[in-house]
Design a protein around this ligand. Structure first.
Ligand code: NAP
Ligand code: MG
Length: 402
């Protein structure tokens, strides 16, 4: 047996809930620990421990990512009323992803894992499309009002110096609705920088689109900030890397993405990113094949799968029934984090390990061995459907045969 790969600086490891917590343990035992002297700083973000620590553990984990720069996170339950009862929670704790995002101030990039036996629903797509979603403001932080009787709706600005400005929204004669939303130059700037940096990392073109022809101040500000930052900080770097940045209208972008062969990063405002990442994920095949990474403006990376804790499979698992849960996105969260650790710390063995492991995993599926979710989508004639653990063993076999 070859010597295990050594690490210098730990990864921030965030454990999670339900079926993905089971996958987490199996991935480590079967595919990571036999080959790597895994060095992690462990935070248990499982709902029970979040409750016991009054969610302090989530904040501590986010601060650890700031310190060590790279983290890997298992899917976690975002509690709702039913979960409060199920876990007898002290409080309906906030979404861990929301908490971590607020501390790191990042942009979320989602990329599908492509295998040749699953054809995207869009015939022209040959390479992955990464959707970069701005994760601050707009309709997610708006203020809304229902108007029941005739009224003049106005925006009122009260400045620090005591002066005031007003703008009429609409003079309502009949009932209606009003919404006011905002964003911040600083947040848009960090979104832009995260996108430009990620495009350089991946050596892929960056597209950005809004509706600035209609939203002449709000969306236009996004367009201008991207252009200013590109011109002053990134134009030369992009030329050197042989990649391109361009801006277009959102409707034009949608049409072009569908006709493209993929292989680009598509930066989207918050709402556009929410909608388009689900569209892209579904058109590429399966949520279980979608990876996600949060990149902060000061260069912190947090890797995870895009899917949740796969609750239905977990309930089957605890009843002792067989499960066939797809571990690809969770495995790629680990390889993504290990590769980044390798790059940052100059450990070639780690980046090579990540490449080799991902190759073995893709090869396993392309040779026809897969979990149930993929078997439904895959057009190979002879498919072998395996259970959760067998799938990892099949990857291990191919990894060792390389
Ligand atoms: P989900 O866990 O993504 O699962 C939805 C369904 O998609 C599953 O029931 C399963 O379908 C299929 N699926 C998803 N991932 C799969 C995989 N790896 N292998 C095979 N099938 C897979 O979403 P959910 O049921 O809406 O949410 C469950 C919990 O996850 C919730 O408590 C939610 O708060 C949490 N969540 C966490 C995150 C995160 O931490 N990033 C994200 C989303 C949701 P079948 O049952 O039909 O096989
Ligand atoms: Mg959504």
């Amino acid at each position: 047996m070859a010597e295990k790969i050594k690490m210098n600086i730990p990864l921030v490891e965030m454990d999670g809930d339900e079926m993905t917590r089971i996958l987490w343990k199996l991935i480590k035992e079967i595919l990571l620990q036999p080959y790597i002297d895994l060095k992690t700083e462990y935070y248990d973000l499982g709902l029970k421990n979040r409750d016991e620590t009054e969610d302090r553990v989530t904040v501590d984990a986010a601060n650890a990512i700031k310190k060590y720069k790279v983290g890997v996170k298992c899917a976690t339950i975002t509690p709702n009323a039913q979960r409060v009862e199920e876990y007898n929670l002290k409080s309906m704790w906030k979404s861990p992803n929301g908490t971590i995002r607020a501390i790191l101030d990042g942009t979320v990039f989602r990329t599908p894992i492509i295998v040749n036996c699953i054809k995207p629903l869009v015939k022209t797509w040959k390479k992955p499309i990464t959707v970069a979603r701005h994760a601050y403001g707009d309709v997610y932080k708006d203020v809304e009002y229902r108007i029941q009787k005739p009224a003049k709706a106005e925006l009122v600005f009260t400045f620090e110096d005591g002066s005031e400005a007003r703008q009429t929204i609409h003079e309502f004669e009949t009932p209606g609705v009003v919404a006011a939303m905002h964003n911040l130059d600083d947040s848009i700037k960090s979104f832009a920088r995260a996108c430009f940096n990620y495009a350089l990392d991946l050596k892929q073109d960056l597209w950005f689109a809004t509706k600035d022809t209609i939203s002449k101040t709000y969306d236009h500000r996004f367009k201008d900030i991207f252009q200013e930052i590109y011109d002053s900080e990134y134009r030369e770097k992009f030329q050197d890397a042989g990649i391109e940045y361009f801006y277009t209208l959102i409707d034009d972008a949608v049409a072009r993405v569908v006709r493209s062969e993929g292989g680009m990063i598509w930066a989207c405002k918050n709402y556009d990113g929410d909608v388009m990442s689900d569209m892209v994920a579904t058109a590429f095949g399966s949520l279980a094949m979608m990876t996600s990474v949060l990149v902060s403006p000061d260069g912190c990376y947090e890797y995870e799968a895009a899917h949740g804790t796969v609750t239905r499979h977990y309930y089957r698992y605890i009843k002792g029934e067989e499960t066939s849960t797809n571990s690809m996105a969770t495995l790629f969260a680990w390889t993504g984090a290990l590769r980044k650790r390798g790059e940052l710390d100059g450990i070639k063995g780690l980046t090579e390990f990540a490449d080799k492991m991902e190759k073995a995993a893709i090869q396993t599926i392309e040779e026809g061995t897969m979990t149930k979710d993929l078997a439904l989508l895959c057009d190979l004639p002879d498919k072998k459907v395996v259970n959760t653990e067998q799938f990892l063993m099949e990857i291990k076999k191919r990894f060792e045969d390389q």
